[in-house]
Structure formats: structure tokens, C-alpha cells
Design a binder for this molecule. Structure first.
Ligand code: NAP
Ligand code: MG
Length: 493
């Protein structure tokens, strides 16, 4: 069992409290993976001051050179992909196939950010006056506080950190307490790739204590948060006092629509992957299935046959399809929602209980669960559950289906299976979500495309793609008057 540390100002160190917390395997609660520092406000202060100091040199490092370091990070991630995937599976439970994908997303994000170092385009625009030159350039902002969840322990930190660093900012990184080892290995890789001391600072500990201290800190200019809508709202409020720039990527209640003309086998693979991949613990998980009445019964039969075959187990085993819930409390939340669904009058088709056979009893396993006869206003049709629970709703036409899909406070991902081009285009236009998939599951974001949601899924920013560089840079508008004359805009032009 290993004792891990924080990383501040280029040095590994304990928390000033000397207190620690444990990291355990959700597939086997008896397996202790390591202890980590339970940091305090004092540690936050040190990390922020370190990031603030190093900003002065990092902002002056040419962007292509910053990109070169990120390219090297991508190379090391590639070499260590399998090792990192195993660490991640052990600490949060999703199957190896998926944790490998998590690392790959980090690799893709690294190479994408590296190339951006030679772009970071600004604009040159004609002036309205003679012999005057107008341009706008991107400038670094300062210290960025990055607060991340456990369900994509590597990919999400890379989505935030790479563009932040590429744009010339420095970082205080607070990963989720459930996945501290992946975060530590990630920072080790940044060090190996040559990130200068103080540019990246890692502090472990409770969000309510140190996360909040980062958000409130005067010297932190930017907060990027991914997590629950509940915590996102708190962050938005406390960040308002210092008018920081804040990006919030929050919850989802995503749906897949299957129309009567759809390729049902394709839609079936899609919903299985969307609903039960990562044990349903994805912000983009398929939590609702909206079925056209003409194929409703047939599709459910097909779905039930396949769900019965899903094998629960340790994500490290190649025989496992579905891993555990991340923690005891997450599993309890899932079960509470199942109880709510039953009380609301939905029909429990399969699952609805803890999985405790044999070895499963050592972990936080929950049986893949399907509710049918769900109506759009039930809580299980509107609220995020974050577990292996699928609510099935019947519909008679595409417009009603879209209305049902939109009937939540969230708007992250969405999917429709149809061969009808008119229905597909109606869906692309009318679905209120940041992401729409046609004939593909609600899961499948690519690193070079904008990622994020509408309504209470976020606050209007996007991660990924070209759009993320807007968030991590400040526009500076520059006028150069080379006329030698006193010229007034709007008056002398
Ligand atoms: P969470 O409880 O909101 O935690 C996310 C992070 O915030 C953790 O690092 C947490 O620290 C920290 N935190 C908690 N309270 C805080 C506070 N008061 N101030 C500052 N930081 C605080 O979410 P989670 O349970 O880890 O993750 C699941 C949620 O994330 C789901 O709702 C899911 O939909 C959402 N999610 C969204 C996206 C997206 O891109 N839209 C992606 C993935 C996940 P601790 O370590 O102490 O918990
Ligand atoms: Mg949490």
C-alpha cells in the first residue's frame, strides 16, 4: 500500500494537516489502493501562490514550445496507456475497454492542443482611420482552478489542463477523492514531459473544503468544474464574489429515441452501450429510452434478452461487461431511485437490486435495471440517477418523442435512430441538447469537437474542440496608429 502526496511548487509534499484519506477499489472494498493527503486551506494557499508565481514565466514561454511539452505528454500517455487504464479500473471500476478509451481521449486531447500552439489565431481587421492598424490577440489569463469528477479520471482533467496550459495559464488541480491515483500519475507524466515547477499544482482532498477554497480565492482567475448540477450551482454563487470566469459541465438525463423505421439491431447495441457502459455513470449516459409504439414490444423483448446476458464483475477481467458503482453511497442513490420508480407506478422489468452473488458481494455492484410504462413526468424520467437504470417511455410520433426528450432540466446528449431523413432533421433542429447523435448512442464524444450542454447542464461554455481555447484565453484588442496625426474614431473617419 502506497502513501501518495500533493505536488506544489515542483515538490511532492504532505498536507499541512498531516491527515490522509483512503482510496479503495469499488469492485473489492477490502482492497486498499493507497492513502492520500487530506489537504487544507493552507495547502490551497501554497498551491495558488506557486501557480501565481510561475505564471510570470510560463505566460512568456512561446505557445509552440508549450505545445511541444504537451506533445511529449501525449507520447508518454501512449507508452503508458495500459498501465494507466488498469489503475483507473481499480480505483473507479469501469471495464478496461473503457478506461483504455479514457486514456486515448487524453492522448487525442494532448496532440490536438499541441498543434494549437502553432495556431491560437487572433484577427487583424481594417481600421476605419488612415494609417492605423487593428488587431486582436489571445492572452493568457492567470491561475486556473480545475475541479474534476471521478467518472473520467484522466480524460476530463486533460480536457481542462491541456488547453489551459497551452494558452499560457498555470493550474491548481483538485481531482475527485475517488480517483486520486490516476490524477497523481497524470501529474507525474507532466513532470516527466518537462512542465516547469509551479505551473501545475496538485492538491488532494474534500471538495467542500479545498474545492471551495480554490473557488473563493482572489488570485484564482478561472474555474473549470465538471460534476453535479448541485455543486455547480454552489460554485457559480461563490465564484460571483470575485467575478471569475467559470465553466460548468454538469449533469444530464439523456435519451435515445427509436423510431419505427429504425435498424433495431443497431439501436439495440446503442442503448446497451449508452445505458450500461460505465455502469450508467456517465454524464452522457442513456437514462431514458423513447420507443415508437409500433416497435415498442418487439424492441423491449430484444433488449431484455441482451440485458440478461450482461456479466457483472471486476472491470479488470475480460469477461466483465458491467463494473460496480463507484461507491456505497452512489449505489444507495441508485437504489433509492429504483424505490421511487416503483412508488411512481413504473413497471420494474429487470434488476432493481444489489448484486451480491459470490465475489460481487465485496463490491458496490447493482443489477442492470429497466423500468417500463414510464411516463414523462415521473421523477425517474426527469432526474439524473447516475447508475445502471434505464426508463422506457412509449411514443407515437417523432414530435412527441422530441417533446418527451426535452422534458428535463438538463440538455447534454441525445440520440435518435431512424432511416427517415425528415425525422432526423427535425430532431437535429428541435432537440434541446448540446450534442445530438443520429443513428449512434448518446455516448461517443470526440476530442476535437465542442462538448457541453444547454439548460442546467452547464453555463454556456464548451470543452473540447476549437471552442475551449476561447475559454482559457482573454482577448486583447490592439490599435496601432502610424499616421503621426491625432485621429479620433467616429469623429475624424
Ligand atoms: P460532484 O460530487 O459534484 O464532485 C465533482 C468534484 O467537485 C469533485 O472533485 C468534488 O470533490 C468537488 N466538490 C464537491 N463539493 C464541492 C464544493 N462545494 N466546492 C468545490 N468543489 C466541490 O460530482 P461527482 O459525484 O464526482 O460526479 C458525478 C456528477 O458529475 C454527475 O452529476 C455527472 O453528470 C457529472 N458529470 C458531468 C460531466 C459533463 O461534462 N457534463 C462529465 C462527467 C460527470 P470530492 O472529491 O470531495 O467529491
Ligand atoms: Mg463526489
Amino acid at each position: 500500500m502506497k502513501k501518495f502526496q500533493n505536488y506544489i511548487d515542483g515538490k511532492w509534499c504532505d498536507s499541512s494537516s498531516q491527515q490522509t484519506f483512503e482510496n479503495r477499489n469499488p469492485a473489492n472494498k477490502n482492497e486498499l489502493l493507497g492513502t492520500f493527503p487530506k489537504s487544507t486551506k493552507e495547502d490551497v494557499e501554497k498551491a495558488v501562490q506557486s501557480a501565481k508565481k510561475s505564471f510570470e514565466s510560463w505566460r512568456l514561454t512561446p505557445a509552440p514550445k508549450r505545445g511541444d511539452i504537451l506533445r511529449k505528454v501525449g507520447d508518454i500517455l501512449t507508452q503508458r496507456k495500459e498501465e494507466l487504464a488498469k489503475i483507473m479500473t481499480k480505483e473507479m471500476g469501469k471495464v478496461l475497454l473503457e478506461t483504455r478509451g479514457d486514456v486515448q481521449e487524453g492522448i487525442d486531447t494532448a496532440y490536438y492542443a499541441a498543434t494549437e500552439g502553432r495556431r491560437l489565431f487572433g484577427h487583424t481587421v481594417p481600421s476605419e482611420l488612415n494609417n492605423k492598424f487593428n488587431m486582436s490577440i489571445r492572452t493568457p489569463i492567470g491561475v486556473c482552478g480545475l475541479i474534476t469528477p471521478w467518472n473520467f479520471p484522466l480524460a476530463i482533467p486533460t480536457w481542462k489542463m491541456f488547453p489551459a496550459l497551452l494558452c499560457g495559464n498555470t493550474v491548481v488541480f483538485k481531482p475527485a477523492m475517488q480517483t486520486p491515483e490516476t490524477a497523481t500519475r497524470f501529474v507525474e507524466i507532466l513532470i516527466e514531459a518537462g512542465i516547469p515547477n509551479g505551473v501545475v499544482n496538485l492538491i488532494h482532498g474534500a471538495g467542500s473544503e479545498i474545492g471551495n477554497a480554490i473557488v473563493e480565492h482572489n488570485d484564482v482567475e478561472v474555474i473549470s468544474f465538471t460534476g453535479s448540477t448541485e455543486v455547480g450551482k454552489k460554485i457559480s454563487k461563490s465564484a460571483a464574489d470575485t467575478l471569475k470566469r467559470v465553466s460548468l459541465e454538469l449533469g444530464g438525463k439523456n435519451a435515445q429515441i427509436v423510431m419505427d423505421d429504425a435498424d433495431l439491431d443497431l439501436a439495440l447495441d446503442g442503448v446497451l452501450w449508452g445505458a450500461f457502459g460505465t455502469t450508467g455513470q456517465r454524464c452522457t449516459a442513456t437514462s431514458r429510452l423513447i420507443l415508437h409504439e409500433k416497435i415498442h414490444d418487439k424492441f423491449l423483448e430484444m433488449l431484455l434478452t441482451r440485458v440478461k446476458k450482461l456479466r457483472l464483475g471486476d472491470g479488470l477481467l475480460s469477461t466483465t461487461d458491467v463494473g460496480p458503482c463507484v461507491s456505497e453511497s452512489q449505489r444507495n442513490t441508485v437504489h433509492q431511485y429504483v424505490e421511487i420508480g416503483k412508488k411512481e407506478g413504473a413497471n420494474l422489468l429487470i434488476g432493481g437490486e444489489f448484486a451480491t452473488e459470490g465475489e460481487l458481494d465485496n463490491g458496490w455492484f447493482y443489477k442492470p435495471t429497466i423500468f417500463t410504462n414510464v411516463t414523462p413526468n415521473m421523477r425517474i424520467a426527469k432526474e439524473e440517477i447516475f447508475g445502471p437504470v434505464l426508463s422506457v417511455i412509449k411514443t407515437s410520433n417523432v414530435f412527441e418523442a422530441i417533446q418527451i426528450l426535452n422534458n428535463t432540466i438538463y440538455g447534454l446528449s441525445s440520440s435518435i435512430y431512424t432511416k427517415n431523413i425528415n425525422d432526423a432533421f427535425a430532431a437535429m433542429r428541435d432537440i434541446k441538447a448540446g450534442i445530438v447523435y443520429i443513428n449512434a448512442p448518446t455516448i461517443g464524444a470526440e476530442a476535437h469537437m465542442p462538448f457541453g450542454g444547454v439548460k442546467q447542464t452547464g453555463n454556456g461554455h464548451r470543452e473540447g474542440g476549437w471552442t475551449v481555447f476561447d475559454f482559457y484565453s482573454e482577448w486583447k484588442t490592439i490599435y496601432v496608429d502610424y499616421s503621426g496625426n491625432f485621429q479620433r474614431a467616429q469623429i475624424d473617419s
